[in-house]
Design a protein around this ligand. Structure first.
Ligand code: 13P
Ligand code: SF4
Length: 337
């Protein structure tokens, strides 16, 4: 790990008050490694007139240490529209950076690691969508935002895990094609009368959770409240006390203050959220998204330093993808999930 010229005094100044936000989950010996990077990043952000958008699955030193805006996919899309800074660094996966670029084409959008992908985004292409539309003429198509801009460009409207049911119902159709997450699609189908035509995509993280995992948590941690992300299998979701997007999960904990909770989702969520709720016991369910974890303090620093890796979307694709995302933003956030 290489550091730029930064003095101990500058590190102290640039990181004042920041460790307090994560001390419950980041031990002092780890903070000693992170602090110089956090200092460099915060200095570079000012020099580059940049803001950092971070998904809720980023590690605590990113989430609490350098991010300006944190949230779920929907919140990040909404906030991206409002960003006035010259540069946006997306600490998340590639489709999130593409969405930020599509919504904010005049800004420089950077992702610290171009390989930060997503098994859902990889499961479908624009050609697949064109074929599905030809096979189902007149049936409206919804895509989860976990897709490439090229796929978004082919559909009628996007959705996120926070508003999927609301978006499907907003179309006023008896049948809807729902892409690409078959698990989220089944959850939607279970919560609406609209007939859902599914694709076969899956999130490689959430597909790992099973009903016996949930049952084991309940047995081992009596009274635990189980909250699950709708990218899990329907059988798992039926065992949960609450189902919602990552931000929906955070709001649930904030409002209900359960004594004990387990979040059936990516690992870093509990770390990030637990710092704010010392009165809640978080049972850790640790399943890591390898794509989210490609983003590190070191490559964020390098991203700002070398203005890499710039995310570009071809203009015709961008315009059509933007319409799909804007139609979603016009429908709204859903039932607070
Ligand atoms: P949300 O944060 O929108 O719930 O999505 C979760 C996810 O898997 C992002 O990759
Ligand atoms: Fe994709 Fe799943 Fe990782 Fe989210 S958690 S980025 S859906 S692979």
């Amino acid at each position: 790990m290489q550091h730029l010229q930064i003095t101990p005094e500058e590190i102290t100044m640039e990181t004042a008050g920041i460790y307090e936000r994560m001390r419950r989950v980041v031990p002092p010996f780890e903070w000693a490694v992170h602090a110089p990077f956090v200092a460099e990043i915060n200095r570079l952000k000012r020099q580059r007139n940049a803001v950092i958008l971070a998904h809720n699955y980023q590690t605590p030193e990113i989430f609490h240490g350098v991010a300006d805006i944190c949230g779920d996919s929907l919140a990040l899309a909404q906030k991206a529209v409002e960003v006035e800074a010259e540069t946006i660094v997306v600490c998340g996966v590639h489709f999130m950076a593409e969405t930020a670029k599509v919504l904010n084409p005049g800004r420089r959008v950077l992702i610290p690691d171009l390989q930060a992908g997503c098994s859902l985004a990889d499961s479908i292409t624009a050609n697949d969508v064109r074929r599905l539309k030809a096979e189902n003429p007149g049936v409206p198509v919804v895509t989860y935002v976990n897709t490439t801009a090229a796929v978004k460009a082919e559909v009628d409207i996007c959705c996120t895990s926070a508003n999927a049911v609301e978006i499907v119902e907003s179309l006023g159709s008896d049948r809807v094609i729902f892409l690409p997450d078959q698990f989220l699609g089944r959850w939607v189908a279970d919560n609406t009368d609209v007939e859902i035509i599914l694709w076969n995509g899956r999130c490689e993280v959430h597909e790992q959770f099973t009903v016996s995992d949930v049952q084991a948590y309940r047995l081992q941690f009596p009274g635990v409240t189980v909250i699950a992300h709708p990218e899990c299998d329907l059988s798992v979701l039926k065992e949960a006390d609450m189902v919602g997007s990552t931000s929906g999960m955070i709001r649930y904990v904030a409002d209900r203050r359960p004594e004990r909770v387990v979040m059936i989702t990516e690992c870093s969520m509990s770390d990030n959220v637990s710092t704010e709720f010392p009165d809640v016991e978080f049972v850790r369910s640790c399943t890591i998204c390898p794509h989210m974890k490609r983003i590190t303090l070191e490559n964020i620093r390098d991203s700002l330093l070398h203005l890499q890796h710039q995310v570009e979307v071809a203009e015709d694709v961008s315009e059509r993808a933007r319409l799909s995302v804007e139609r979603m933003l016009a429908v709204g956030r859903g039932q607070g999930k």
